[in-house]
Design a protein around this ligand. Structure first.
Ligand code: MSP
Length: 655
């Protein structure tokens, strides 16, 4: 048997000066999605993440908290590991730069480069940005007090004069340019590759790779009063974590890395310094670097200093990890920044996952239960319409694979959800509930439902790298699991299990109480303080309306639509309640209404009525009711359901 092709993927190793936020989670989620996708496509994948624990930034943070740098690191590593577990991140190894094997590996690389003559003693006089752990050139903008502002993060830098060792980066300028020319896709997207090329063309200065004024670092071999520069140390993790020390089979198998993922902030270190270090150490270079944009919060860059970082734990309190993964992969395109707003999050998750995908699965499962008692044991009939769906899926899969291969997950997901939308429409058009009324159409009904099940299983594989937990649930519902992609067919005779809700609806009020919209709690507190200081009040006072009046926007929040009753039955042991199956135009859902004393199930079947579609679901006698029927309330609360003209389309909005 031929060995599987390998794929080695890495995230940056994160600084331990603070707990992880949704921005760190994004890179790690993307790596996890790519790992799962490549595994699905038959690769043997190694996924590395970890923490960057040395250097001045951590030294200072620890001192502020009255901790040793190691104690701070231990504390933060626990935070990172817990979050990755909660997000169901399937990494193979977590590297820490304080791990002994890593420290030994870094010394080994350092010695190798030094023996080559590319590291030499000198003196650095210039500016240093502690936040970026980066040397800043004299060309940087002046801060007005003799210092410089960091061109990357804008923070004030420190002036440094120290004896240290330099890496002969200048000697690699031409070699790097040649490498970029021969590998134009080394950095993706292209715009980032162009930035790198221009940066290198401007000229490379030798780079300080040891510090004598920083104690918290790996001691330089042979010069114990120098520590190795944190970026030389950190970048080497990609080698040490796969056994660079032993240079064993694992190392030989996985190096060079297939994909380093990061945001644009650390592009220079990865696309200029890292290849130069590797060239100096006579090691092959990574194959590709994928550079994504920033996550913004309510259109502002998310960062600790902005006070607008989003704590993923709050989202995880309400949503399963799949919802977060789906939202992030669906909303952000690689080249540009993504915006995180709670409204956007809720809408995306409710519309795509709960309404479209969740509903397609549950209505298909529900109808299989209702009409076939969960068991297909007879022949099915397929018309042209059903047969065409297989072909449409195969086309879709081709397109999606191309997008996913290029890490354009948002585009691939858009295509998948278009297809899910078409399938939901197919349900409405084929009217299985009408087929079920005619014994002669039983085979056609089976064909319709089996076509839906095949489509669901096929789409489920395509979605599995992004929403793996849900994918497992769906496989379990349909008792079907097969590796890889392709049109999935459980055969003609099979049994399924009862469908439980895949994406339980979240109580939006609770969610917003916990996660104030914009700006976040921390910055709101800061703003309040500022108001007190400046005496400034909100420029636009809120408009107050006379008691009882609402604005048109408030009214518009209530989604009322024309719906049709597909089925109705009495709720056992509840005299007043009817359970209705309703077609809302975009989905089929269950509603429970307290009208059984006045309306019989028979007279409601097929009747059009108005429902409130976006009412928080409620559980009545164990049944989840998703919405409410509108009825006038007469004496003794007798309900009067308005008559809707027959020609009114289902799904029409009331306004
Ligand atoms: N320790 C270095 C990396 C060394 S890698 C050899 C470092 N650490 S970091 O904690 O600052 O992480 C930076 C990375 O975290 C970014 O490149 C990106 O992958 C991720 N992100 C942090 N904040 C982010 C956003 N707001 N948006 C998107 N990604 C974010 O730099």
């Amino acid at each position: 048997m031929q060995d599987k092709k390998k794929f080695y993927i890495t995230t940056p190793i994160y600084y331990v000066n603070d707990i992880p936020h949704i921005g760190h989670a994004y890179t790690t989620i993307m790596a996890d999605v790519i790992k799962r996708y490549k595994t699905l496509m038959g690769y043997d994948v190694f996924f590395l993440t970890g923490t960057d624990e040395h250097g001045q930034k951590i030294e200072q943070s620890a001192a502020k908290q009255g901790l040793t740098p190691k104690a701070l690191s231990d504390k933060m590593v626990a935070h990172f590991k817990t979050l990755w577990k909660l997000l169901d991140i399937d990494y193979n190894h977590f590297v820490r730069t304080t791990d002994t094997y890593h420290e030994e590996g870094v010394k080994k690389i350092f010695k190798k480069v030094m023996e080559k003559g590319d590291i030499f003693l000198g003196e650095y006089e210039g500016h240093y940005c502690v936040s970026c752990e980066s040397f800043v050139t004299d060309m940087a903008q002046d801060s007005g007090d003799g210092n410089k502002l960091c061109p990357d993060c804008g923070k004030k830098t420190q002036k440094v004069t120290e004896k240290c060792y330099f890496f002969r980066l200048s000697a690699y300028q031409d070699k790097l340019l040649k490498f970029y020319e021969e590998n134009p896709d080394f950095v993706t997207p292209k715009s980032r590759m162009n930035e790198v090329v221009s940066f290198v063309k401007m000229g490379l200065k030798d780079l300080s790779v040891t510090r004598s004024t920083v104690k918290w670092g790996i001691p330089m071999p042979g010069e114990e009063n120098q520590t190795i520069y944190v970026w030389f140390d950190a970048l080497s993790n990609y080698l040490t974590a796969i056994n660079y020390n032993q240079e064993d089979e694992t190392f030989k198998k996985y190096w060079p890395a297939d994909l380093h993922i990061m945001a644009k902030d650390i592009l220079k270190f990865h696309a200029v310094y890292w290849p130069a270090f590797l060239m100096a150490a006579d090691l092959p270079l990574p194959k590709k670097e994928l550079i994504h944009g920033w996550w913004l919060k309510d259109d502002k860059k998310m960062s600790k200093s902005e006070g607008n970082v989003l704590d993923p734990h709050i989202l995880l309190k309400f949503f399963n990890p799949d919802a977060i993964k789906y939202f992030m992969m669906r909303e952000a395109s690689i080249g540009s920044d993504g915006n995180f707003s709670h409204e956007g999050f809720i809408t995306r998750v409710n519309t795509d996952l709960a309404n479209d995908w969740g509903n397609l699965v549950s209505r298909t499962g529900g109808m299989t239960q209702k009409y076939f008692n969960l068991n297909f044991d007879s022949q099915a009939e397929y018309t042209q319409k059903e047969k065409a769906i297989e072909g449409q899926y195969i086309e879709l899969e081709k397109e999606v694979v191309e997008f996913f291969d290029n890490y354009q997950f948002n585009k691939g997901l858009e295509k998948i959800f278009d297809f899910i939308g078409r399938l939901n429409k197919y349900v409405v058009e084929s009217e299985p509930w009408n087929l079920a009324k005619d014994e002669n159409k039983k085979a056609l009904l089976a064909g319709t439902l089996k076509t839906l099940i095949r489509s669901i299983l096929s789409i489920n594989s395509l979605l599995s790298p992004i929403i793996p937990e849900t994918a497992q649930k769906i496989k379990a519902i349909f008792n079907y699991d097969s590796p890889g992609l392709g049109w999935k067919d459980p055969g003609e005779k099979f049994q399924i299990n009862e469908v439980l809700p895949l994406f339980p609806r979240v109580d939006i009020k609770d969610f917003f109480n916990e996660t104030p919209k914009s700006p976040n709690a921390e910055s709101q507190k800061l703003e309040k303080k500022d108001e007190k200081k400046t005496g400034k009040v909100d420029e636009k006072p809120p408009v107050s309306l006379p008691d009882g009046l609402i604005t048109i926007d408030e009214f518009k929040k209530v989604q009322m639509v024309v719906a049709r009753v597909l089925d109705a039955e009495r709720v056992p042991n509840a005299d007043k309640l009817l359970k209705l199956s309703i077609d809302t135009g975009t989905d089929t859902r269950t509603l429970v209404a307290g009208i059984a004393n006045y309306y019989t199930p028979e007279e409601l079947k097929n009747r059009k009525l108005i429902i409130v579609k976006n009412l928080q679901p409620a559980k009545l006698r164990g049944i989840i009711s998703q919405g409410m029927i509108l009825a006038a309330s007469g004496p003794d609360n007798r309900p009067y359901i308005p008559i809707i003209p027959d020609e009114t389309p289902i799904g029409a909005i009331m306004r």
